[in-house]
Design a protein around this ligand. Structure first.
Ligand SMILES: Cc1ncc(COP(=O)(O)O)c(C=O)c1O
Length: 402
């Protein structure tokens, strides 16, 4: 009953503002003004730290809230905002991207089920499939989702779920999401899309036919490299009920303070994404013309093999690019250690530019043979372009390359 009341509240929040643009919703949804008696009229939703909520009658939660793991006002504000931004009916906020992913898998799969996943996928997601869910009777096969009809061949009668990222990490490969959604619908399979790389500002997989969207909100949604978080967005009532039930049952919720910081960060998502993209395009073009660079991978470049595809399913290209410098792994390490402004660190999506060498950092756990099969060479460098002055970023790359 309680859960039902709050589902309705979320829908009301969303419907009152669907006519508004993305930036307006990023600021206002979930933080509607409260002029009721006793309310202060906060412009910003307060951080409700209370873990438990008082009731005046034994048999019912008077305010609708009873315990923060089940429902918390600050987290609820964030969940409403994220749902609205993704054009979703429901949103849920988790303690990390991987907590969100684990809860989706726990909620929607049973022993004996099979997953088909894009072969170029965030390493932690592969670890979750192979190191955790395989111990509970779930099997996984990987296939190249850049070709939807070849990808379909990996689906078997026991396939329950398809998992993709687009663009992927670190090779920025794309899948035709509408084509894959048509296949999963026809085969009665659930389509999950990890939308971390483009954020809901540039891409809305539910509108393209996906059933579930997951995010590491640690990245662009929060945007300031100071909160670990995750999110799940769905339209389907049954999936929402199952995921919400499991989230509460396993306790994978985002803390009130982290919900507040994420609410604060997401308000500037549109501004940040525009600047990330503008800077990324300029840096990609600079690198493409540099004699010490072998190749640059950025979906916004005409040279990207799926440049035309991304324009049909997203409104932007994002802020992550990869490039390969000429020489050996030692040259790549020397280059990275010479940078002054780019921070040598894993992760992405923050306001600061981060750079890393997948072969020795994010993808070190993948064997060299498997990396090379995918195209992750020793000198492939991944960059999350921040929102600094682009001339300073290019000057830093120039001094380190030369
Ligand atoms: C695409 C993608 N999905 C999921 C995750 C996992 O998110 P988290 O680190 O918030 O658990 C990451 C982390 O880097 C990621 O890049």
């Amino acid at each position: 009953m309680l859960y039902f009341q709050f589902s309705i509240l979320k829908i009301i929040n969303m419907n009152t503002t669907t006519k508004h643009g993305f930036s307006t919703r990023a600021i206002h949804v979930g933080e509607e003004l409260d002029f009721s008696e006793g309310a202060a009229g906060d412009v910003v939703v307060p951080i409700h730290l209370s873990t438990t909520f008082a009731r005046s009658k034994v048999a019912e939660a008077t305010t609708g809230y009873d315990y923060t793991r089940s429902l918390n006002p600050t987290r609820k504000a964030l969940e409403s905002k994220l749902a609205s931004l993704e054009n979703a009916k429901y949103g849920l906020a988790f303690s990390s991207g991987l907590a969100a992913e684990s809860t989706v898998l726990l909620s929607l799969l049973s022993p004996g089920d099979h997953i088909v996943a894009f072969d170029d996928l965030y390493g932690g997601t592969k670890r979750l499939f192979e190191g955790v869910f395989s111990n509970h009777g779930v099997t996984v096969s990987y296939a190249n989702a850049t070709n939807a009809s070849l990808f379909e061949k990996a689906i078997t009668p026991s396939t329950k779920l398809v998992w993709i990222e687009s663009p992927t990490n670190p090779l920025l490969k794309l899948s035709d999401m509408r084509a894959i959604a048509a296949i999963t619908r026809k085969r009665g399979v659930i389509l999950v899309v990890d939308n971390t790389f483009l954020s809901p500002y540039f891409q809305k997989p539910l509108d393209l036919g996906a059933d579930v969207v997951v995010h590491s909100s640690t990245k662009y949604i929060c945007g300031h490299s100071d909160v670990l978080g995750g999110a799940v967005m769905v339209n389907n009532d049954t999936y929402y009920e199952r995921i919400q039930y499991h989230q509460n049952a396993v306790g994978a919720v985002l803390a009130p303070f982290d919900s507040y910081l994420t609410l604060r960060g997401v308000k500037t998502l549109s501004l940040r994404m525009e600047q990330h993209q503008k800077n990324a395009l300029e840096v990609a073009q600079y690198l493409e013309n540099h004699p010490k660079v072998n190749r640059v991978i950025y979906p916004g470049l005409k040279s990207h093999p799926q440049h035309d595809l991304i324009k049909t399913q997203a409104s932007g290209f994002g802020g992550v690019l990869s490039f390969e410098i000429k020489g050996s792994i030692v040259d790549a390490e020397r280059f990275l250690e010479k940078l002054k402004l780019f921070i040598l660190a894993e992760s992405l999506g923050g306001v600061e530019s981060l750079i890393e060498l997948p072969s020795l950092m994010t993808h070190a756990s993948v064997s060299k043979e498997a990396r090379e099969l995918l195209g992750i060479t020793d000198t492939l460098i991944r960059v999350s372009i921040g929102i600094e002055d682009v001339k300073d970023l290019i000057a830093d790359l120039e001094q380190a390359l030369n």
